[in-house]
Each structure stands twice: as structure tokens, then as C-alpha cells.
Design a protein around this ligand. Sequence first.
Ligand code: MIC
Ligand code: SF4
Length: 644
Amino acid sequence: MAKNTVIQKILEKHIVSGNPVPGEPVAIRIDQTLTQDATGTMAYLELEAMNIDRVKTELSVSYVDHNMMQNGPENRNDHLYLQSVAAAKGVVFSRPGNGICHQVHLERFGVPGKTLLGSDSHTPTNGGIGMMAIGAGGLDVALAMAGQPFRMAYPKIIGVKLTGRLSDWVSAKDVILEMLRILTTKGNVGCMVEYYGEGVATLTVPQRATITNMGAELGVTCSVFPSDEMTKEFLEKQGRGGSWTELKADNPEYDKDIEIDLSKLRPLAACPSSPDNIKTIAELAGTEVGQVIIGSCTNSSFRDLTIVGAMLKGRKISPNVTLSIAPGSRQVLEMLARNGTLADIISAGARILESGCGPCIGQGQSPANDTVTLRTFNRNFPGRTGTKGDQNYLVSPEVAAAAALTGKITDPAALGFAYPQVKDAEKFLIDDSMLIRPPCCGKNIEIIRKKTIGSPPVNQAMPETIKGTVVIRTGDKTSTDDIMPAGVHLKHRSNIPEYAKVVFERFNEDGKPTFAQRAAAVRDAGRHGIIVGRDSYGQGSSREHAAICPMYLGVKAVIAYAIERIHAANLINFGIVPFTFVNKEDYELLPEGTEIVIENLPEKLAKRAFPIIAKANGREIPLTSKLSDEDIRILLAGGRLNLK
Ligand code: MIC
Ligand code: SF4
């Protein structure tokens, strides 16, 4: 078992119960929370349902960064609710325009050695500053705000030794793409990643944050860098030097070892349509590109956009390409505006978007059909751009800027000019006026609830017998974007009956009832909906709507080869049993429409009588599930909100 690691040092200070053995359930104290608007409205509605007057954390921040299009009143209604509930409950509110939650949190709030729980899967970004930063569903974050510990499996720790230093034109993005090449998106549930070795000191905090951000794509619980002189310098430049403490591993031993020589890395891309479909830029060079977008919580720091600005300065983008840039935060945008880099970017022909998630979550800028889009983002699941059949490549800012200039995927080293020697900021521009601190007492604050703000639906206790019907069988790597699409539907996050209409929309076929219609018909016939999947079911986003909306439509169980961590927790929180097949070949026995019976389920779960037998077409199908005692209690009650 791992020893002397940074991760264990943080865990030791935060564990409140459980056995510190990999795979065993433990509960940890949460120091800070963050929410964003698309998951936040549900989280605060859930917090309100818990009757908590004021949050119990050291710091909780509510960001608005996802739902910013304001096509119709829904988004602004959400913002007003979020701002008022933050004031009422003692939460800092980051106004729309202030930036993407993970970037702003890194700049203004992240503290080495502390725990952060966020209702967004890329919360591990703040591992770049030495935090144990974990993504979770909104309900788990609401519970943390209410002062409850966070439950998870004690991790296996993967140690990644970094040696050497990145060569010119090679970027932090290439480090994490290399990690995705090595580990893939599958099979890493229950692990945490720790970076160490002399290569660490060569990476700045925003570069480290690019790497920890996309740990989410590996499916690990979080990724953590030590806190060193580089961390201290970053915090001092943010005017927060007092938050620094040193965190380092002493002769660490890990459960699994990986070594990456930074000097040997070359520019890479994640090809359509999975973050682990990695090729070198050299292999892809010459591919025609129609669109380039630089931004997202992965790659829109001051350093990232400064290098892009230096590459574009005095040049024009190719006439066949559109280039859009969304700076990660208002701090970054204002600094670029003040030092002239923004003018260089605009002059080259870029379209400037507001500081927020924007195209990363399908909020505008969908590419044309049959066109390659190159993005510095972290996810390229099919259709996430808003275009069916999209060809989305994930790359570094350097590779993105090179393609914008040439109209083709291009190794930036072949551009014919030297790697710009950009310096990090001497000091960051500090202006917290878009962060609204809560008053000391929120009792008299009126919470603004316009008509598009609904309430979380309530589930029934688990039935004695599951009389199930398979409503869909999805296959491998079903992402939460597949289950609950965002894009144009994102604005319905606060209105479950409306949002539930588009569950599994990507799988709709002409002339066939939609998933929502089929599930509702099963429910109205007094039966229970069942979803069948294969590997990595529920990968990607933390959106608990991927559990709430199926629950609303009467789904009682998901059966798959493997279910990703955050999604499995969300299913449990809303009373849906996450089963895995004991025999993978049984997947073939459960096509859509199959009727399944599971008798005496509450009793079997309470006794942990695994494998639990499902009967279908005269066959017996053994199912299992890794559930803690608390998970079983929640499932029997029909969801966490039913437990008082
Ligand atoms: C994403 O990148 O998919 C999101 C949108 O940020 C999600 C959260 C959500 O669905 O609101 C995530 O990563 O958790
Ligand atoms: Fe926003 Fe994209 Fe980051 Fe999700 S991955 S938080 S949508 S920028």
C-alpha cells in the first residue's frame, strides 16, 4: 500500500471515519465547496430542503459561468435565485462575467492542503495548487455545505514521476494527453493521482492545473501536485501569500508507478470522439481545419493566452478558419486588455467570447457539418459541440494557434518562427469586485424564485419487487452528455419535467418514441425502467440530472459492466440501484424491451445477499454492486432527500 504521499498527508488531516485501506469506505471533512450555475440551482434547492440556515464550511462559493447565453428568461432567473440564496446561506457569489469556476477558484480561493468539493467534474483543477479537490453531484455538495463529511472509497494512489523539462512548443496539455494515452479513460475509478519528481518544479501553477483538470477524463477521483516554491510564488502574485504552506512527499511509495520525461513529449491531440484517442500532431499534420476555439477551464490562463497572443501578433488567421477565444477569467481578460495582447489577438482576426464555459458545453459556436474543429478543451464526446457527427480534436493552445494561422493541423515547430519566450505575470491584477460576499446574517434576505425555478422531485421508497423493463441498452462509454444533453437544453436545469423530455436524446430515432416517452409508458403501466450499459457508464460530467431525470421518469436500476464514480454516487442519491454484471456476456440477454424481475430487493440489499439474481426470459442473471452501508440505507429510502 502507498506510503508517505502528499495525498495521504491531506487525507490523514481530514478523515472523520472509516478504514484507510484502498477500496474501503471513508468519510472526509470538507473545508471548501464550489458550485456552478448549471448544477448549482439544484444544489441550493436541496440545501434549502435540508433547512440549513447558514453553510458550515470554511468557504463556499457559487459561480455563474455555464448558463450565460440568456436565450429566454431561464438563465437570468437562475442567476437571481443563486445570488439571493448565496446571500441568505452565507455563500460568496461570483457574478456572470467573472470567469470559469475552476480558474477563478485557483486564482482567488484555492489553499494548499485543504479539501474542496465541487458540483462540477473538473473541480480537481485546484489540485494544481495542492488541494484535494473532488468533483461530486450537487446533493453531495449541498450535504458538505450543511456540514456533513463526504463519503468515498479510500483511494489507490498512482504516483507520476515527472523528470526533465518541456521542450519548446510542447505544453502542459501534452502531459495530460500522454497520461490519457497511458491510462485511458477506463479502469481508473477509485484512484487518485499524485505528481512528484524534479520535473514538477519546472511547471507553473496554471500549467499544473491544466494537468489536474483533465484527470477528470482519466476517471480518477482527483489529482494532486505538491505545494512548493512555485505555488508560493503564484499565491504571492495573487496577493495571497499567507495561504501558502509547503506540502511534499517524503520518500513516497505508490500503489502504481508511472514516469514521464517531460523533455521527450511531443505535441499531441485527443482525436474524435474520446479524450483518450491520442495521436501525435506529426501524424495528423495537414488535416484541414474549419474552426479553432481557445478557452475552457483546461487552457485559458494568462500564460496560455499570452503565448497565443505572441504567436498571433502581427499575423492574420487563415481565411478558411474561424478562431474564437474565451478567456478563463475576468482577471485574465482584463490583464490581456491592459497589456495589449488582446489587441494582438483581435487584430489577427479572432472572435472574443465572454469569460465562461461557452462552446465547451455547447453554448454557441457549433461547427459546420463535416468540419474539423480544434479546441483547447477537455471533452470531445460525440455531439457535445452541438453538431451531430462532429470531429472535435482536443489540443494545446500552441497547436490551436498554429492551426488558426495555417488552416491545417500543423506542428507548431514547423511554423518557421521561434518559440515565443513569454514571461509569467509579475503580479496578477487583483479586483474582487465581481465577488459578492454574503452579509453576516442572511435571515431577512428574500430568495428570488421566478417561475422557471422548480424543486427537486421526490422518489418513493424502494419497491419490494422490481418489475423492470429495459428502456434502453446503450453500449460502451455512455457519457452523462449522452444521458442528459446540455447545449440548447442546458437552460432547463432548474425545471426537471421540462429537462426530462430530452434524456438520451442522442439515441432518438425517427418514427420511434423517445426514451422519455418509452420510460413514461413503462412507469404509467406500473413497471420500473431499467437502463443497460457496458464499460464506463456515466463517464464525464458530474450533472446529477443524469440521475434525477431518469428517476423522474421511473427508472429504478442501471445495469452495466462498470459505472463511473460520480455518476454511481448520483444514482444512489436519487434511489437508482447501480448494478454491475457478474458475467459480462449477460449483457447480450438484455436488449431493449426485455422484462426483468428482481424479487425482494430491499431485503437482499439489506442483507448484502450478492449476487442478486435478476430473472429475464427464464434465465437467471447474477448482479452485484459495491455499496456501503450508508448507500444501502439511502437506496432503501428511495434517495438521500428521503432520509432525515
Ligand atoms: C461539463 O464540463 O460537462 C460540465 C458542464 O462542466 C459538467 C457540469 C454540468 O453538467 O453542469 C461537469 O463537468 O461536471
Ligand atoms: Fe465549463 Fe467546459 Fe470546464 Fe465544464 S469543462 S467547467 S463546461 S469550461
